[in-house]
Write a protein that binds this ligand. Sequence first.
Ligand SMILES: Cc1cc2nc3c(=O)[nH]c(=O)nc-3n(C[C@H](O)[C@H](O)[C@H](O)COP(=O)(O)OP(=O)(O)OC[C@H]3O[C@@H](n4cnc5c(N)ncnc54)[C@H](O)[C@@H]3O)c2cc1C
Ligand SMILES: O=C(O)[C@@H]1CCCCN1
Length: 388
Amino acid sequence: MSTKEEYDCIVIGAGVQGSFTAYQLAKNNKKTLLLEQFVLPHTRGSSHGQTRIIRKAYEQDFYTHMMEECYQLWAQLERETGVKLYRQTGLLVMGPEKSENYQMFKNTLQKNKVPTVVLSRDNFSQHIPHVTLAEGDGAVVDITAGVLYADRALRTVQGQFQKLGGVIRDKEKVTDIKPGPTVKVSTSAGVYGAKSVVITAGPWANRLLAHTGLQLPLEVVKINVCYWKEKVPDTYNVKKRFPCFLLTEGEEANEHIYGLPSNEYPGLVKICYHMGSVTDPDQRDKQTDRSDIDILQRYVARCLPKLDPEPAVVETCMYTLTPDRHFVLDCHPAHRNIVIGAGFSGHGFKFGPIIGKLLCELSLGEVPSYDLSPFRIRRFQANPKSAL
Ligand SMILES: Cc1cc2nc3c(=O)[nH]c(=O)nc-3n(C[C@H](O)[C@H](O)[C@H](O)COP(=O)(O)OP(=O)(O)OC[C@H]3O[C@@H](n4cnc5c(N)ncnc54)[C@H](O)[C@@H]3O)c2cc1C
Ligand SMILES: O=C(O)[C@@H]1CCCCN1
């Protein structure tokens, strides 16, 4: 098949990361094509749904630093488009006062001068009614945190990309990538050429990378996204200033449980378990493990007494996990004009604007604005799970 069109850059995958990358490239006057295998919008990857948490509360400083600029980029997109994408709610972080994880969250917030409120056991229920703080747990609120309107954000950034002259082709699956000075990208509709390619294929990253001779140690898991009904409507509502929350660890398991106030679905609070079972992204509905829901039911019954401890709605989403849960933001080790954004490990949405900027810089051969060493592919070389 002959090459249909030539671009400066082709971005593969129109989730949050690919959409922001394409937008940044178009802003830099690059002729850019964004390819998506499904009809947009879709619910089969990782970026769908109405809300995501945005926060500066992290265990590692480098995420908090990136979020400083990232908040500004979200606000800039809101100003550019007149669309509201962020609502401040605060994020309540709870965890065993003496545990390393909880202390790391607290220290990072304090060291980086993020506005916080530390709640004592005595004043906890006055600020956060109808939540049981577990015995021995501490509680700190990241005031700057809130919710991002995820679906709306995706539509908005894709719309801006198109306004800047960018081309989106959905329902066009990439079937092959041929590296070279001009990368050839084959799809179900033809072949394109580009000076550089960015792969932001979410759970399908390794499928695409296989065409380039690279495999990353990524694991795709299915997440049951659970919504719980308020016994009395609006008890945990965003309007009543109920915050997002996150457990650094808990009685149930050494993994996070997290929640968002009722907002998008009236009377329903989103509470999920930050772990799931391994799945094939094309067969995710065949993965029917619900052990996470059992854990959540026990937690809801114990700590959120004004919720019905039976999920009212269960939706599906996928995480693409790296072994250390840090992202992959790097050039392909053998083909520098192929750039990879992958392994967002269940916490990448909030970083969309800054990841778009960084992947754009990498694809233009510029020095990235942040130290990318935590995100480099070479960190996996010592890891036995890596297939490099
Ligand atoms: C339940 C859940 C809760 C989360 N909560 C938060 C949160 O509170 N805060 C936060 O910051 N993050 C959160 N995240 C994480 C965040 O949503 C993800 O990190 C982010 O959406 C990943 O985006 P992506 O662009 O890498 O992947 P995706 O959104 O999956 O996008 C990849 C795209 O590539 C396309 N594609 C794949 N292969 C091909 C091909 N061959 N040809 C063409 N197109 C292709 C796919 O169809 C897909 O549209 C959560 C994730 C889940 C699942
Ligand atoms: O990225 C986040 O902020 C959330 C935290 C809890 C798990 C899901 N992702």
